[in-house]
Each structure stands twice: as C-alpha cells, then as structure tokens.
Design a protein around this ligand. Structure first.
Ligand code: F6P
Length: 368
C-alpha cells in the first residue's frame, strides 16, 4: 500500500548546476497541485542539521509564488553546499585529531520532527549517496541527477551538463581568433572532475586540436607532435582543451586542496601543459581556466526542459509509491532506477564511444 503524502522537502546538494531552480519549480508545482505541502531545506541538509544557524530555522516554505519566474535562473533558491558531507562529517576527537562520523540519523530525526514524509534530493554522486543511505534508514527519497560533469551512471545525461558544455564551446570559439592573430597556443582548462565529458564535447564542437581527458593518460610529446604537424601545414596557432582531471602518463591528478569531509579540489593541469608546450616548441602558450564560469548563468533550453521534467517525474515517482530511486533520462522517456545503481560507479567517457571515434576521425589528438 502507498503511504499517504502530505508534506515533502527538496534538498539541493553539491556544486551548483544550471537547472537546479527549474527542478525546484517542476517538483514544487507538481506537488502543490496534488495538495502536498513543499519545503526547501537550506544548503543541502544543513537546514535540518543546523537549524539554529538560520533565521528561518533552515527551512523555506515553497509556494507557487516562491517558484515563480525561476526556471531561467542559475544557482538554487534554497542554497547548496559541497563540504561537511553528513556521511563523513569531520569532527575533532578528544585528542584534537580530526575524524569523520556519520550524522545521517540526525537528518532522519529532524525530518520526522518536521513531519516530512518524503525528500527529493537533487545532487551529484555525493548527495545521491547520502540520499541512498537516508532511504536505507527508512526515509522515502527520490534522487534527481545533477552535475555539470555528467559523470552519473544510469542516466543518459545529467542536467547542467548541456549549459556548461555549450558555454565552454562559446568561450573556445572566442579564443580561436585571438590564438590565430597572435600565433599562440591557447590551453583551455575545463571542469569535469574525474570524467572528460565536458572537455571531449566542447573540444569537438569547437574544432580544437588536442583534448586531454582523465580517461586517457597523456604523453606531452604526442601533444607537441600534433602542434608541430599543424604548424608545418601552415597553421601557427593551436587550441588545447584540458580536463581538470587529466593526468600525464604515469603521473597524478593536479590537486589544489584536499580537505576532510569533501572531495579534492582539482586544478592547475592547464598551466602545467602550457608550460611544457612552450618549453618543447618555443611557442608562446597561454592558459585560460574556465572554472566556475561553467557552473553559472542561465540554463540552456535543453537543461531547463530536462530539469522541469526531472522535477515533475520525481513527484510522480512518489505518488506511484517509489521510495529509493533516481529519475533518469532514457530517451524518449524519464524512468526510475534504483538509487544504489546510480551511485555505484562513476560514468566515464567510454574509449570506444562514437564521441571518441569522431574526435579521432577528425584528427583531434588525445595525447596518446
Ligand atoms: O562537480 C562539479 C564541479 O564543478 C567539478 O567539475 C569541480 O571539480 C568541482 O565541482 C569544483 O568544486 P568547488 O565549487 O568546490 O570549487
């Protein structure tokens, strides 16, 4: 039998992605139309864990008015956070040493006190892992796959990716003319964590010469060979797209910071690649790090539509009695997949995919 739902809560966790507000709107209006009350938990699950930190007690009542005119807005009206993961919450022990503890029971307890019958958790692998544990502990949870990195299994695409990839492409288009005018090598570092989706797709779409991704360790000499070859053919500039998670042969990721309770912050590989290219070719090389620009701004029409569909589908899932699934795009439909399956492994760019083959057919070098 399906348990009756009176009140649901929405949480947005992890790095923000264009489309979060559209999911909030899709879910809120669909739920209000079923007579349910909708709450927004502030900053991931912090609104439930630390209500004393907020003037409004950490909870925002989501009404028709609150979600009006937000589909096109970047960010999230309820806030998000990507540190202090409640599954591995950092605290100091009696000896002053840092350790990590699981605080998900506190979230369940706080949700029960607020008479929340179900949670729609919008997030990437980290937030969906938390969602899955909450579901194991008895909470009704529906996950919605968000990340500009597109690295979640079981959905053809996550919302936020299309906007990030399209904007990166526009940026590289602009760098073409200046690279050509100055006969420079432009190295463009893009986000994507340990997956190369953004780099591969914006690299192909912008006619870049080299794409370096975490899935293929690169040999800098192969990159140099490609640039020299291009020069011999009469083109004295080059565009090199580097995913932040790209690694040299036998080398490691470039990490900016490592902190307890959060994932490593990657960055810096673009500069390293540019420096090596300069040293080995004598050509002037510059780095542009697109970084958080890829996370901001208005979602593309594709991402708005996907997000609204995901939000509405999450509410339909709850109505149909689901309690531990993620909504997923399986064109032409949005379907439901077990939360655990969605977070069990990362979705990398398959090396035998049409995307990689297309790039190779176009003469794009992966540094291998
Ligand atoms: O997961 C999304 C993402 O933007 C990654 O591409 C990037 O590595 C990371 O988040 C950056 O996180 P922060 O906002 O903490 O710098």
């Amino acid at each position: 039998m399906k348990d009756e739902i009176k009140r649901i809560a929405i949480s947005t966790g992890g790095g923000d992605a264009p489309g979060l507000n559209a999911v909030i709107r899709g879910a809120t209006i669909s739920a209000l139309n079923r007579g349910w009350e909708v709450l927004g938990i502030r900053d991931g699950f912090n609104g439930l864990m630390f209500p004393e930190r907020y003037e409004d007690g950490g909870i925002i009542k989501l009404t028709q008015k609150k979600v009006a005119g937000i589909t096109h807005l970047g960010g999230t009206i309820i806030g998000t956070i990507n540190k202090g993961n409640p599954l591995r919450f950092p605290i100091k022990d009696a000896n002053g040493k840092w350790k990590e503890i699981d605080r998900t029971d506190e979230i369940i307890e706080a949700a029960r006190k607020k008479e929340i019958d179900a949670i729609i958790a919008v997030g990437g692998d980290g937030s969906l892992e938390i969602a899955s544990v909450l579901a194991d502990k008895g909470m009704r949870v529906i996950g919605v796959p968000k990340t500009i990195d597109n690295d979640l299994e079981k959905t053809v695409i996550t919302f936020g990716f299309d906007t990030a990839m399209s904007f990166a492409t526009q940026c590289i288009d602009r760098l073409h003319s200046t690279a050509e005018a100055h006969q420079r090598v432009m190295v463009i570092e893009v986000m994507g964590r340990y997956a190369g989706w953004i780099a591969v797709e914006c690299g192909i779409a912008s006619d870049s010469d080299v794409i370096l991704i975490p899935e293929i360790e690169f040999d800098i000499d192969k990159v140099v060979e490609k640039i020299i070859q291009k020069e011999k053919a009469g083109h004295r500039h080059a565009l090199v797209v580097v995913a932040e998670g790209a690694k040299p042969l036998g080398g490691d990721y470039s990490v900016i910071t490592s902190e307890l309770g959060r994932k490593d912050i990657l960055g810096g590989v673009g500069d390293k690649v540019a420096k090596l290219i300069s040293e080995k070719t004598g050509k002037e090389s510059r780095t542009v790090v697109l970084g958080h620009l890829l996370r901001g701004g208005s979602p593309t029409a594709f991402d708005r539509l996907l997000s609204l569909r995901f939000g509405a589908a999450a509410v339909r899932a709850l109505e149909q009695g689901y309690r531990d699934v993620m909504v997923a795009l399986d064109p032409p439909i949005v379907q439901y997949v077990p939360l655990k399956e969605a977070t069990s492994r990362m979705k990398s760019v398959p090396l035998d995919s049409d995307m990689i083959m297309t790039a190779r057919n176009l003469g794009i070098c992966f540094g291998d």
